[in-house]
Design a protein around this ligand. Structure first.
Ligand SMILES: Cc1ncc(COP(=O)(O)O)c(C=O)c1O
Length: 402
């Protein structure tokens, strides 16, 4: 059984006499939870006397992530952002090179490309999956294209067989931005095993968390040696620590991409419960789905789009409302009823920096439309009975009986 009750680890603050007690606290969008032995592992990491990276807990996390993703190697990083930056270095991106990616993504997918001096080339998403459209990717390939960065939106993998065929034909590196997709599958294969390499996030809004945190996984054993060097400031320190070389020195470009053992210890406690966390979130996803599926609604709305051949990890539940104005009304209504519901992403192709530092291939109509209509409902491990409250308030608005 998972232990969701973290009170034993926290000081409990009782309200002072006479202090106003809120009748009901707001339902946040996200709330990090202790699910297992995180505290114990952090104490143990301190007791062991190694707080820098690549100690016992980092090794345990690497093994767990390798197993979950079916990859040849896993390397913890400070964030998915850092893992994407490592992927861009491994791809040897240079000024003049191009990388094809969706505009409907978090800024880090594109920033990694720009940091190497290369150009992001945005293509539209497929409205059936909200993932990058492989037909548009095929059209966008030029002599300058070096890589495809595919995002698994809402934890549902992109059409990776179609993308792999394009990558193979043009000798491109295929990177999965699997920030949201740990534990998801495509045709029965886990996210992280579907390209040349993949990046994961353990930011506190994700399924498995360590506050900030991430990992790079590699399917190609020939890239592992260089990935270790890039992660260790461009030195061969990892090989030295394993006794494979007598001294360590500067051999390549790199940066400090590895987290310390406290982060790894916390993460280790979470990874041990990956399956239970995923199952609980999938149950919440289903609860939302069942509540809205046959609702007699006055407002037009759509349920999440589930791509073919995928199974998700319950990372996110969203609704697509009729238009931007209706979404603003809905978010304001939820807020007035103490429920926090955000939207994302502002399309990168139309962002101030994106307009100057990228180009688009074709129209971005699906990206623009989805980004105007999508709203995310609260989804976190300890949501519990508050899910009913979110459902009740949402249903009221959707029925037009506010
Ligand atoms: C698709 C995608 N890529 C990258 C990131 C960046 O992750 P991190 O916060 O771990 O750097 C996120 C964060 O939400 C994301 O959604």
């Amino acid at each position: 059984m998972l232990n969701s009750n973290s009170d034993e680890h926290h000081e409990v603050f009782a309200p002072r006499l006479g202090e106003q007690i809120e009748k009901r606290s707001a339902v946040p969008f996200n709330k990090p939870a202790i699910v297992g032995r995180e505290f114990e592992y952090i104490y143990d990491a301190i007791r062991r006397g190694q707080l820098s990276g690549d100690g016992e807990y980092t090794r345990k996390c690497h093994a767990a992530i390798r197993k979950l993703t079916g990859s040849a190697a896993a390397l913890l990083t400070h964030s998915c952002t850092a893992a994407l930056e490592m992927a861009a270095i491994l791809a040897d991106l240079k000024p003049g090179d191009e990388v094809i990616l969706p505009s409907y993504t978090f800024v880090s997918t594109a920033n990694a490309v720009v940091l190497r001096g290369a150009t992001p080339v945005f293509v539209d998403i497929d409205p059936a999956s909200l993932n990058i459209d492989p037909m548009l990717v095929a059209e966008a390939v030029t002599a300058k294209t070096r890589a495809i960065f595919a995002v698994h939106y809402a934890g549902f993998p992109a059409d990776m067989d179609a993308l792999a065929a394009i990558a193979e034909k043009h000798d491109l590196l295929l990177v999965e931005d699997a920030a949201q997709a740990l534990g998801s599958t495509y045709k029965g294969r886990p996210a992280g095993s579907l390209g040349d390499m993949a990046t994961f996030s353990f930011h506190e809004t994700k399924n498995i968390i360590s506050g900030e945190g991430g990992a790079l996984t590699l399917m190609r054993p020939d890239l592992v040696h260089r990935a270790e060097i890039i992660r260790e400031k461009g030195t061969n320190r990892s090989q030295f620590m394993r006794g494979e070389t007598a001294k360590y020195t500067w051999v390549d470009v790199g940066s400090s991409f590895l987290p310390g053992e406290l982060i790894a210890a916390y993460l280790c406690g979470q990874l041990e419960h990956e399956r239970g966390i995923r199952e609980r979130r999938l149950t919440m996803f289903q609860q939302y789905w069942d509540a809205f599926e046959n609702l007699d609604a006055a407002q037009q709305f759509e349920l999440p789009r589930i791509p073919q051949n995928t199974s998700g990890n319950g990372h996110m539940f969203y609704l697509l409302l009729e238009n931007r104005e209706k979404r603003a009304d809905f978010i304001a209504y939820l807020k007035a009823n103490d429920v926090v519901a955000p939207f994302h992403y502002v399309p990168l192709h139309s962002s101030p920096f994106g307009r100057e530092n990228s180009r688009t291939h074709g129209l971005m109509s699906n990206t623009d439309e989805i980004s105007a209509r999508l709203v995310r409902l609260p989804m976190f491990y300890t949501l519990g009975e508050d899910a009913e409250r979110v459902i009740e308030i949402t249903s009221r608005w959707l029925r037009g009986r506010t």
